[in-house]
Design a protein around this ligand. Structure first.
Ligand SMILES: CC(=O)N[C@H]1[C@@H](O[C@@H]2[C@H](O)[C@H](O)[C@@H](O)[C@H](O)[C@H]2O)O[C@H](CO)[C@@H](O)[C@@H]1O
Ligand code: ZN
Length: 311
């Protein structure tokens, strides 16, 4: 068995596009530093809207071909971020995109929202015990903005972290138990989001003139609630923008890669700032009190290039 890299980060997201929108800088940074970055995506995003008119035929209520198409978008985005380890929970298509709350897609027996949490978590336990991440990132209990698949991803990830550490749970199938060192929930510091909207407003908008509101941004919290901050440099910012552009059915990105922080819009055509700083709240595990960490692995494993092995 090949030796695992010293630092290992796992991210659990609901749809292809969430990882780039929310964690593009973080994934690009750690991948560039040689950490193992493992993305687990819970659905294929089959129920998404489609922005480019030429691809409208893929929509669920037409050819229902969006899921396979978004696998390709995600593969492209991973190349932009330098991330090589990507998995779909239970395999591609095991859990279908549940759609926004109140849509008929919520009623499908195969949708992620209707999945048994323990059964879905059992697939993630196998990934956790194989990768043995010191850090796992997912959403807060509201999924950041209340999408059923985001809420379910939170529930499944939380349950899987618990089961993966349990010596009485399926070690004959999945191998030795593994306790994740820290679990972080994605969030967004209010002051940073407000500054981003102020910048967009002064610039006259983003890909579209109408701006989203701060309430449309997932997981906005007061700055004091932020426990970790990952700041992107020019390379990470460019990689994040390119990865978001790869999700062309879902996202329109404005601004040049080397220019000032850009902006984007989803299929609702409401412009919002493309943030180069990503924020996290500590949900499980411990970290030194005081100012927010600038490295999710701080105190758990050595920094990039150090010889300290996994704990
Ligand atoms: C970022 C994210 O979670 N996107 C989801 C979301 O897409 C939104 C949805 O289609 C909504 O109706 C639009 O107004 C909004 O602009 C979209 O971003 O939900 C989709 C369906 O579950 C999902 O495929 C997409 O990845
Ligand atoms: Zn999503």
């Amino acid at each position: 068995m090949t030796e695992l890299p010293a630092r290992r980060l796992m991210l659990v997201h609901a749809h292809p596009d969430d990882e780039s929108i929310t964690n593009g800088v973080t994934m690009a940074r750690y991948a560039a530093e040689g950490a193992l970055v493992t993305l687990v995506t819970c659905t294929l995003g089959e129920e998404g809207e489609v922005i480019p008119p030429a691809l409208a035929h893929l929509a669920a209520d037409r050819e229902d071909g969006l899921g396979p198409h978004r696998i390709g978008e995600l593969r492209h985005a991973m190349r932009e971020l330098g991330v090589a380890d990507h998995r779909f929970l239970g395999g591609p298509g095991r859990y279908r995109d549940s759609g926004m709350f109140g849509t008929p897609a919520n009623e499908r027996a195969d949708c992620f929202w209707r999945a048994d949490v323990d059964e879905a978590a059992s697939h993630l336990v196998a990934e956790i015990r194989q990768v043995r991440p010191q850090v796992l990132v997912t959403y807060d209990p509201d999924g950041g903005y209340g999408h059923p698949d985001h809420i379910q991803a939170h529930r499944v990830a939380t349950r899987a972290v618990e089961l993966a550490a349990d010596p009485a749970y399926r070690t004959e199938r999945d191998g030795a138990p593994h306790r994740v060192g820290r679990v972080y929930w994605n969030c967004a510091a209010r002051s940073v989001v407000e500054e981003g909207f102020a910048r967009l407003s002064a610039a006259g908008g983003g890909p579209f003139p109408e701006l989203a509101s701060i309430e449309d941004v997932p997981g906005v919290v007061d700055d004091a609630e932020v426990d970790a901050v990952i700041e992107g440099g020019e390379a990470e910012a460019a990689a994040k923008a390119a990865a978001m552009r790869a999700h062309a059915t879902q996202i329109v990105v404005a601004g040049s890669p080397s220019g000032p922080p850009g902006s984007f819009a989803l299929s609702n055509r409401l412009s919002q700032p493309l943030l180069h700083t990503e924020h996290f709240r500590l949900a499980d595990g411990a970290q030194a009190p005081g100012t927010p960490l600038r490295d999710l692995f701080e105190g758990l494993v050595g920094t990039a290039g150090s010889t300290e092995g996994p704990r």
